[in-house]
Design a protein around this ligand. Structure first.
Ligand SMILES: Cc1cc2nc3c(=O)[nH]c(=O)nc-3n(C[C@H](O)[C@H](O)[C@H](O)COP(=O)(O)OP(=O)(O)OC[C@H]3O[C@@H](n4cnc5c(N)ncnc54)[C@H](O)[C@@H]3O)c2cc1C
Length: 303
């Protein structure tokens, strides 16, 4: 089946929702395609209060997502949820979904955000809910009296180490580099906690366990060793979801899409907004702002 529309927006996080709403407001026909059944993107994994979005506060990301989804209902655009975009081609612009639907829009806005980096080891996915944690803050009660291994050395890893040290019996942070990237305030608190151990220059080579997580094998300067633990939290950063545009538009070395001030990529009528094109300030306000910028730039070009 082939569908014509002015704009296809890929991704239903803050950037994509803002872009589609603005397209509708500017008189463009738009289809928003979201891979998960539940639009909102990363908002669903924010447990902290959101106090830094101008004029709109929320107790956590889920509450913020609910407000955003209530707001976007007033705009007329087609919403396709639970549908993954599989490919995009240029000249002519064609967007294909995993379900075989094909769109021939006049413009594309890619707003696919970020994904957590993975270790790429067996057990990482299989043991989610069986010792591998999705969230430190959201699952802190599970850490009571347990030994938690946290992999990573940035803010998320060290902030979680501090948080979980208040519940867990023991927290071991395993970091592959010599220096931590986390901000000093988190590092000082982690170092001050008696039950937090920080191991540097060490990488996780294996996740141990048959039916559930039982520990890790870690390789460092002194060789390989097993660390027996109850829970594992992996916080090794994020990567941009830019695979759909790889080979089509310019990306930077880390895979972030390169855009100009109008959110235009290096290929005519392919625009990108939000975290996938923003290595510097991945925030909700930047994402929604870039969404409106892309929609306005497209409306100006199509008028
Ligand atoms: C723990 C945490 C705390 C945070 N706290 C704050 C905060 O306090 N304040 C703040 O401003 N920001 C915060 N952020 C950042 C904020 O959530 C992001 O900047 C924002 O969600 C980016 O929006 P986005 O739409 O660009 O991407 P995302 O939210 O990542 O949404 C991208 C969407 O695209 C979809 N998608 C991906 N690939 C495809 C595909 N092929 N086909 C269809 N759909 C696809 C995904 O399913 C997803 O729904 C936090 C983030 C995290 C993880």
């Amino acid at each position: 089946m082939e569908t014509k529309t002015d704009v296809v927006v890929i991704g239903g996080g803050p950037a994509g929702l803002s872009a589609a709403a603005w397209c509708s407001d500017l008189g463009l026909t738009a289809v928003l395609i979201e891979a998960s059944e539940r639009p909102g993107g990363q908002l669903h994994s924010i447990n902290n209060p959101i106090a830094n979005y101008a004029g709109l506060a929320a107790a956590n990301g889920r509450e913020f997502a609910a407000k955003l989804l209530e707001w976007e209902k007033q705009f007329a655009f087609r919403r396709l949820v639970g549908t993954r975009v599989e490919s995009i081609s240029a000249e002519p612009l064609v967007v294909r979904t995993a379900g075989g639907e094909e769109f021939r829009p006049r413009a594309v806005i890619l707003a696919t955000g970020l994904s957590r980096r993975r270790l790429g080891l067996a057990g990482e996915d299989e043991f989610v809910g069986k010792g591998v944690l999705r969230s430190g803050a959201g699952q802190r009660e599970e850490a009571k009296g347990k030994h938690v291994v946290i992999v990573g050395g940035g803010d998320a890893a060290i902030e979680n180490a501090v948080l979980l040290s208040e519940f867990a019996e023991r927290v071991t942070v395993v970091h592959r580099s010599r220096e931590f990237r986390a901000r000093a305030e988190f590092l000082e608190r982690a170092k001050a906690a008696a039950n937090v151990e920080m191991i540097t220059e060490t990488h996780v080579s294996k996740i141990l366990g048959e039916k559930r997580f039982e520990g890790i094998e870690a390789s460092g300067p002194e060789g390989s060793r097993s660390i027996v633990a109850d829970l594992l939290l992996i916080r090794i950063g994020f990567k941009p979801n830019s695979e759909l545009l790889r080979g089509l538009v310019e990306l930077d070395v880390s895979g972030f899409v390169q855009v100009d001030v109008t959110c235009a990529t290096s290929v005519p009528m392919i625009f990108t907004c939000g975290d996938v094109a923003n290595a510097i300030s991945p925030t909700i306000s930047t994402a929604t702002g870039m969404g409106s910028t892309a929609a306005k730039a497209i409306a100006a070009r199509l008028s």
